[in-house]
Design a protein around this ligand. Structure first.
Ligand code: MSP
Length: 627
């Protein structure tokens, strides 16, 4: 992260030959989350995104549509702007490579480099892939085909202009090696260093107008336009005033992050640094390449018809859950699989359950028992102090994770804290406590509410809409809604009404049809009555050592004491189970699990990643028969 208080972040500029999909949305949301995070921290921030309008693909798409390229671009750019608006993207500028100022500066850079002899003319023959809009060397081809498009490239011979990229090879290797933060993650840095083991050629930066008209004309030869990448990469500096307003440029440059997908590593980590070196500007701090969103383990592509459109998802589930899911589910640098099922599971278990239920519980209890007035915190018991201590330290941990781009771990840390508040509520049971000691119940509710407010504030850059609604309902000192400081929530003032933030998503399943399709086996009542079910009371509970999932319970069946081993440690802390009524199968053969004997089985209900223990409506004491 930058030491200065300026933070400049960019996304790639997207080709307008296509409508935006979830992959484009991902990079843009990621940049938005980081930009919002830095703004909230007080850094002056500039967030740039935009579109790449020149090049063969766009020219061809316009031809297919029977319109001129500029009209095509004007039409397509709307899809991107609308999508970003709907996704609540807070970019400070949206660049189009057909913007006048951009075209002018690209021409000035070309002229400068030409005048300095860094661009030269040469007759050239090479393998050209239309999809990539670049020449390939024979070494780079795989079985004679382009490695990206798996198509044989065309062999083209023509006069062209070249940028002396080869001159910078040794410098670039040295720079990458001595600046470990420059290319991230490390795997991508190693990939680039591997690429640089081969001799680096010069870069062909022109296209004859005979072949491609839709580009920026070379200022020194009107028969040519410039290569689309030479034009596109310069957007990162033209947008902040390069060769227009020196002061503005110096304020933002060098960028803190260029965020890119792993498909455009070579252009960003080899072409762009050598171009910057030739121009004479410093390198950006970090170029970060994330992995791909895949669908059914394959990359999304138009031809496979497996493209996930962000707007369809938003229409079904809302903006905030979509942003949350994308940030939560991708380990930066690796590929991630997208499916609606995974999305729904994540939503239900973390947003509806862990987070949403905690919010409703706290708000309802304060409304019912304290007339919606935030209670005072008076007694600091052991359990309260644990929550307070964590609430004071974990925001810094989250900030560090975000600074190092471990966003999924940052969200996980927040969710773990929210779960700890849920457990605390289970343990302290303010709904019972309020009948015996109202002040103590108030302390519990204040502690839970303030912990929740701090956790929610940390989620604000990811889910700005829902979290703002939540924070608005919480009265705070000096209106510091998203301060991470413990004690900002103001006692004695009213909580406002809150809608349900994350209603559970229930997928319609045609149960009858399913049973018919599966041809499920039906059993007789006699068969079922062989299973003996009774109620039992938990007397003691502890974790089975060296296991993550197992708890050992001592239970009272009404007639005897028994020991049961149950795989519920991830869902229940042992102490919350003591005194609870459970339902067990009594006539199972005893088994040993991890060396511990289990004399029966607990009944649970499971859905997705959630699990709950079964109990009875009224308490008839242990040993009641279930039929
Ligand atoms: N126009 C160039 C970039 C020029 S930047 C100076 C380009 N455009 S693109 O429209 O093809 O966008 C590529 C970017 O979109 C990727 O680098 C990545 O950020 C994003 N994604 C496209 N598909 C993706 C996935 N399936 N998954 C994640 N992100 C991907 O290349």
């Amino acid at each position: 992260m930058a030491e200065s208080n300026y933070f400049y972040i960019t996304t790639p500029i997207y080709y307008v030959n296509d409508k935006p999909h979830i992959g484009h949305a991902y990079t843009t949301i990621l940049a938005d989350v980081l930009a919002r995070f830095h703004r909230e921290k007080g850094d002056e921030t500039f967030f740039l995104t935009g579109v790449d309008e020149h090049g063969q693909k766009v020219q061809q798409a316009a031809e297919r549509a029977g319109i001129d390229p500029q009209t095509h671009c004007n039409k397509m750019v709307v899809y991107f702007k609308k999508a970003w608006e709907k996704l609540e993207i807070t970019n400070d500028f949206f660049i189009r490579t057909t913007d006048d100022f951009h075209e002018k500066v690209v021409q000035q850079v070309l002229q400068d480099l030409y005048d300095k002899g860094k661009i030269y003319e040469h007759e050239y023959g090479g393998y050209y892939c239309v999809g990539c809009e670049r020449f390939y060397t024979t070494k780079e081809l795989v079985d004679g085909k382009c490695p990206q498009h798996l198509k044989e490239p065309e062999y083209i011979k023509e006069k062209n202009y070249f940028f002396r990229m080869s001159k910078y090879q040794d410098w670039l290797i040295e720079y990458i090696k001595t600046h470990p933060e420059f290319i991230q993650p490390k795997s991508r840095k190693n990939e680039v260093l591997g690429f640089l083991k081969n001799k680096l050629g010069d870069l062909c930066i022109s296209r004859p107008k005979l072949r491609l008209k839709w580009g920026i004309e070379l200022p020194f030869d009107s028969n040519y336009v410039t290569y689309v990448w030479f034009d596109a990469l310069l957007n990162y500096i033209t947008a902040i005033g390069y060769k227009q307003e020196e002061e503005r440029f110096n304020k933002w440059w060098p960028a803190n992050y260029h965020l890119i997908g792993k498909d455009i590593v070579t252009t960003h980590c080899v072409y762009w640094p050598t171009m910057m070196r030739a121009i004479g500007i410093p390198m950006p701090k970090t170029i970060f390449a994330h992995g791909w969103w895949m669908v059914d383990e394959t990359k999304m592509s138009k031809s496979l018809k497996n493209i996930v459109k962000p707007l369809d998802l938003i229409d079904s589930y809302g903006v905030d859950p979509v942003r949350y899911f994308l940030i939560r589910d991708m380990t930066l640098g690796q590929d991630s699989n997208f499916s609606e099922d995974i999305f729904i599971k994540r939503y239900n278990s973390e947003l509806a359950n862990d987070f949403g239920n905690l919010v409703s519980r706290i708000v309802t209890l304060i409304r019912k028992n304290f007339n919606s007035v935030v209670p005072k915190i008076l007694i600091n018991g052991k359990e309260e102090l644990k929550i307070i201590d964590n609430a004071k330290t974990f925001p810094e941990k989250v900030h560090n994770l975000i600074d190092n781009l471990h966003l999924n771990d940052a969200v996980e840390t927040i969710i773990i804290f929210i779960r700890s508040i849920n457990k605390y509520m289970e343990l302290r049971q303010p709904w019972h406590l309020v009948k015996q000691n109202k002040q103590e119940a108030g302390t519990v509710l204040y502690t839970a509410a303030e912990g929740l407010r701090i956790a929610a504030s940390l989620l604000h850059p990811i889910m700005p809409g829902k979290i703002s609604t939540l924070l608005k309902a919480f009265p705070t000192a000096d209106n510091r809604k998203n301060s991470f400081e413990w004690g900002t929530l103001k006692s004695g003032e009213k909580l406002s009404e809150l809608p349900i933030l994350f209603p559970r998503i229930i997928k319609k399943i045609e149960v009858v049809k399913e049973v018919q399709n599966k041809g499920e086996e039906l059993i007789s009542i006699d068969y079922f009555s062989k299973v003996k079910l009774i109620t039992a009371k938990v007397l003691a509970a502890e974790r089975v050592p060296k296991t993550d999932k197992l708890l050992k319970l001592s239970i009272d069946t009404g007639e005897e004491k028994r020991q049961i081993v149950a795989g519920i440690a991830q869902y229940y802390n042992p102490e919350v189970l003591i005194g609870k009524m459970v339902i067990i199968v009594t006539n199972l053969q005893p088994v040993k699990i991890h060396g511990v004997e289990s004399q029966g089985m607990l009944l649970t209900a499971e859905k997705g990643e959630n699990l709950t223990l079964l109990t009875t409506f009224d308490d008839l004491g242990p040993g009641s028969y279930i039929s």
